[in-house]
Write a protein that binds this ligand. Structure first.
Ligand code: ATP
Ligand code: MG
Length: 206
């Protein structure tokens, strides 16, 4: 077979494969008919949960949507996304718990109070239909450590305005939370530089 015949055969096979794929994609698109906000959980042990949520913040802002971001745990240390949102995104309502990691604070009472105070911001956003997207970063740990009442949190997520999407990040999450999420992504840890000595990097890790 000449080179041009080989190319033409490849093109023909590719076209047939793509046509088959297109009909599958078209059928899936046609089958998905419900239009409403999506509840998304970004979980797993790998790196990329918060970064992914921040990507969705940018995506929503691209349509001038109203966004709320509540970061549990964070705020005690510098973090690039917080710096950026505070200085460049006046349209984003942003709140950080500000206590740092629970293994640093080592105080159940102050952590619970801080979590409750932070949750009030989240609850307000989840009951306000003006918000198109609400990000609840590291929320799963608040449930895992029982700083927040699981049922209260799940109820607020379930009862949020129909058009509002919510992104929850953090490892675990528990069966009950998972049951009310529409989309769950498990970021798998294959390798993390930290474990072979790489220091956390400004602009990459924080
Ligand atoms: P990122 O904020 O980078 O998207 P993440 O939200 O998936 O990470 P977290 O558990 O919130 O992960 O941890 C935040 C910090 O911990 C980041 O500095 C991140 O690089 C680091 N980290 C994430 N996954 C791992 C891991 N498997 N091993 C060690 N460090 C990790
Ligand atoms: Mg995170």
């Amino acid at each position: 077979m000449s080179k041009s015949e080989q190319l033409s055969a490849r093109q023909k096979a590719h076209k047939a494969k793509m046509a088959k794929h297109k009909s599958k994609v078209d059928a899936s698109i046609a089958a998905a008919q419900t239009e409403r906000g999506i509840a998304l959980l970004m979980t797993g042990n790998g790196k990329g949960k918060t970064s992914s949520a921040m990507g969705m913040v940018i995506r929503a802002l691209g349509y001038e949507q109203k966004v709320g971001v509540v970061q549990f745990i964070k705020g005690a240390q510098d973090c690039g996304e917080g710096n950026f949102i505070r200085t460049h995104c006046p349209a984003v309502d942003f709140y950080q718990m500000g206590t740092g990691f629970t293994w640093n604070t080592q105080d159940i009472e102050s952590d619970t109070k801080a979590a409750e105070r932070t949750w009030e911001y989240a609850a307000r956003m989840l009951s306000d239909e003006q918000y198109n997207l609400v990000v609840l970063d590291e929320l799963t740990y608040m449930l895992g450590y029982q700083y927040l009442d699981k049922d209260k949190v799940i109820n607020a997520i379930e009862k949020r305005p129909t058009e509002q999407s919510v992104v929850v990040t953090g490892r675990g999450g528990g069966r009950k939370l998972r049951a009310v999420m529409d989309t769950i992504s498990d970021v798998k840890d294959i390798r993390h530089g930290y474990r072979h000595g790489l220091k956390a990097r400004k602009g990459v890790d924080y």
